[in-house]
Design a protein around this ligand. Structure first.
Ligand SMILES: *[C@@H]1O[C@H](CO)[C@@H](O)[C@H](O)[C@H]1NC(C)=O
Ligand SMILES: *[C@@H]1O[C@H](CO)[C@@H](O)[C@H](O)[C@H]1NC(C)=O
Ligand SMILES: *[C@@H]1O[C@H](CO)[C@@H](O)[C@H](O)[C@H]1NC(C)=O
Ligand SMILES: *[C@@H]1O[C@H](CO)[C@@H](O)[C@H](O)[C@H]1NC(C)=O
Ligand SMILES: *[C@@H]1O[C@H](CO)[C@@H](O)[C@H](O)[C@H]1NC(C)=O
Ligand SMILES: *[C@@H]1O[C@H](CO)[C@@H](O)[C@H](O)[C@H]1NC(C)=O
Length: 436
C-alpha cells in the first residue's frame, strides 16, 4: 500500500459541469476527503512520506530540529553516506553488546555495514559525542520501554558512551528484562523495561497456530511492570513492533474481542493493526495518567525488518551488503501501516499530554532504517549449529552498526530540548568550555 497524497482517491481532475448531480458529487467528495485526511492526517507525518506530494507541510515545527539556529532541517530525511572513520567501538572495547547482535564474533565476514553515517538532506547530523551527551543528561534518567530492539538501542548507547565512562549495574532485580545502569560521574541512570506488547500480556500457548506462541494481549490494561516504575524518569523512549506479528488473542474489558491470526473459527480476526493501535493508545494513556511524571516521551518509530525470499520463519534472509539509496525503495505495506498507526496514536497522545504540559517527541528512525537491509545479524547472531528462534535475524541490528545512528538522532534532539540551561552548563563558572 502506497500513501502519497497524489494517489489518494478523488485526487484526479474532474470535468465540472454546473449540474446539481455534479455539485452533490463534489460535496460528497469534499466530505470524503475531509474524513480521509482526518483518519490519515498526512500533514502530521514526517515529510519523507509526503516529500514528493504537492503538499509541503511535512513536519510540524516542533519536530523539526535545526542543525543551526534559525534554520530548520528534517534530520530524518536523508541518505546514508560513506564514513571511513566508523566504527567508534568494537566488540573488544565494549562489553555491552548482546551476544545475538555481536555479529563479528559469529564470523560476519564483511565490515562495510559499520562504515556509513546518516546525512540529512538539508543539514549535517553530527556523529555521537559521548562527553556532550553525558553533560546534557547529568543528573537525569532515561528509560527504554519496549522489546529487544529497544534494548538493542540501549546497548548501542552504552557502547557509544564507553569512550568516556562505563555504567555500574544498579538493577533492582536479577531479571535481565529489567536492567538499570548508573553513570556515577554524571549521576545519569538508564534502564530497560521489557514489555514487547506495551500492555499486559501473557503467553497462552507456547506453540500456537504457527509454533511461535499464542499470546493473550489485554489491550486496555497497563503493563504495571513498567507503568509503575517510570514516573521518576526524565526521558522515556517507547517502541514496539515485531511481536505484534505473532498470533494473539485480544482482550478488552476482560472479554475476548477478537484476535490476530489465531485461526479459531469462532473468533474474529481483527488484524495486528487493531492490536497495535490499541496497545499504543493504552501505553500513552498510562504515561499521561502518571501524576508526578514530568518527563519527555519519545516514540522511537518502527524499524522495518528486511527478510527477503521468504518470511521470518520460512527461510527468509537478509544478505544485502549495501544500504539502499532513498530512490531505490520506499515505505509500503505492513511497514507503512504500522508506522502510520503508531504516529496517529502518538499525535493523539501528544495533544492530550499537552493539556498538562507533557512533551512528546518523535524519534523517527523508520525511513533511515528502511534503507539498511545490510545492518542485520542475518545468520551471524549465533553459531551455525545453534537452534534459535530467529535463525536468520533480519530484525535486530549488529553492533556496531546502523542502530548507533539512533543515538546520534537522540543526542541531536536532546540538544534542542536543552535550550538555555544547556548553554549555561556548557559555559561553566570557570569560563571555559567544558565540551566542544
Ligand atoms: C513519489 O515517490 C515514489 C517512490 O519514491 C514514486 O513511486 C512516485 O511516482 C512519486 N510520486 C510523484 C508524484 O513523484
Ligand atoms: C570480537 O570479534 C572477533 C572477530 O572480529 C572475534 O574473534 C572475537 O571472538 C570477538 N570478541 C568478543 C569478546 O566477542
Ligand atoms: C542524582 O540525580 C537524581 C535525579 O535523577 C537526584 O534526585 C539526586 O539528588 C542526584 N544525586 C546527586 C548526588 O546529585
Ligand atoms: C470457541 O469455541 C471453542 C470450542 O471450539 C470454545 O472452547 C470457546 O469458548 C469458544 N469461544 C468463544 C469466544 O465463543
Ligand atoms: C538514484 O539516484 C542516484 C543519484 O542520486 C542515481 O545514480 C540512481 O540511478 C538512482 N536510482 C534509481 C533506482 O533511480
Ligand atoms: C531446531 O528446533 C526445531 C523446532 O524447535 C526442531 O524441529 C529441530 O529439530 C531443531 N534442530 C536441531 C539441530 O536441534
Amino acid at each position: 500500500m502506497k500513501l502519497h497524497a497524489t494517489e489518494l482517491p478523488f485526487g484526479k481532475k474532474q470535468t465540472l459541469r454546473n449540474t446539481p448531480k455534479i455539485v452533490l458529487l463534489v460535496i460528497l467528495t469534499l466530505i470524503l476527503l475531509t474524513l480521509i485526511s482526518f483518519h490519515y492526517p498526512l500533514l502530521g507525518y514526517p515529510s519523507v512520506l509526503v516529500k514528493n506530494s504537492s503538499s509541503s507541510s511535512g513536519h510540524t515545527a516542533e519536530d523539526l530540529v535545526g542543525a543551526r539556529a534559525g534554520k530548520k532541517c528534517d534530520i530524518y530525511s536523508g541518505e546514508w553516506v560513506p564514513n571511513p572513520d566508523a566504527p567508534y567501538y568494537t566488540n573488544t572495547t565494549c562489553w555491552a553488546i548482546h551476544d545475538h547482535q555481536n555479529c563479528m564474533k559469529y564470523g560476519r565476514p564483511d565490515s562495510e555495514f559499520m562504515k556509513w553515517r546518516w546525512k540529512p538532506d538539508d543539514c549535517e547530523l553530527p556523529i555521537f559525542n559521548p562527553a556532550q551527551f553525558l553533560e546534557l543528561v547529568r543528573g537525569k534518567s532515561m528509560a527504554f520501554v519496549g522489546d529487544s530492539v529497544g534494548r538493542n538501542q540501549m546497548q548501542s548507547l552504552i557502547c557509544l558512551l564507553s569512550r568516556v565512562e562505563y555504567p555500574v549495574d544498579v538493577s533492582y532485580t536479577p531479571e535481565e528484562k529489567f536492567k538499570r545502569w548508573q553513570y556515577t560521574n554524571y549521576n545519569f541512570t538508564i534502564a530497560t523495561f521489557w514489555t514487547p506488547y506495551l500492555v499486559k500480556a501473557e503467553e497462552a500457548d507456547s506453540n500456537g497456530p504457527t509454533l511461535t506462541g499464542l499470546f493473550n494481549i489485554y489491550l486496555d490494561e497497563f503493563d504495571k511492570d513498567w507503568t509503575t516504575q517510570i514516573e521518576e524518569f526524565d526521558y522515556v523512549i517507547i517502541s514496539a513492533g515485531h511481536w505484534f506479528f505473532r498470533p494473539s488473542m485480544f482482550y478488552e474489558n476482560g472479554q475476548l474481542v477478537g484476535c490476530h491470526f489465531c485461526q479459531k473459527k469462532n473468533v474474529t480476526d481483527l488484524t495486528m493493526y487493531y492490536g497495535y493501535r490499541k496497545a499504543f493508545r493504552t501505553a500513552f494513556k498510562a504515561i499521561n495518567s502518571l501524576e508526578k511524571f514530568k518527563g519527555i516521551t519519545f516514540l522511537r518509530t518502527f524499524a522495518p525488518s528486511h527478510f527477503e525470499n521468504g518470511i521470518w520463519n520460512e527461510g527468509g534472509n537478509c544478505v544485502r551488503r549495501r544500504p539502499f539509496m532513498s530512490n531505490e525503495t520506499h515505505l509500503e505495506g505492513v511497514d507503512l501501516e504500522l508506522y502510520m498507526t503508531q504516529v496517529e496514536e502518538f499525535r493523539a497522545a501528544e495533544r492530550k499530554g499537552r493539556e498538562r504540559g507533557l512533551k512528546y517527541r518523535l524519534l523517527d528512525t523508520t525511513q533511515a532504517m528502511l534503507l539498511r537491509p545490510d545492518g542485520h545479524p542475518s545468520s551471524f547472531g549465533h553459531w551455525p549449529h545453534e537452534n534459535v528462534t530467529l535463525y536468520n535475524d533480519c530484525v535486530h541490528w549488529c553492533l556496531p552498526g546502523p542502530i548507533d545512528t539512533w543515538n546520534d538522532f537522540l543526542l541531536e534532539m536532546l540538544k534542542t530540548e536543552g535550550g538555555k540551561s544547556f548553554d549555561r552548563r556548557l559555559h561553566s563558572s570557570d569560563g571555559k568550555m567544558k565540551i566542544r
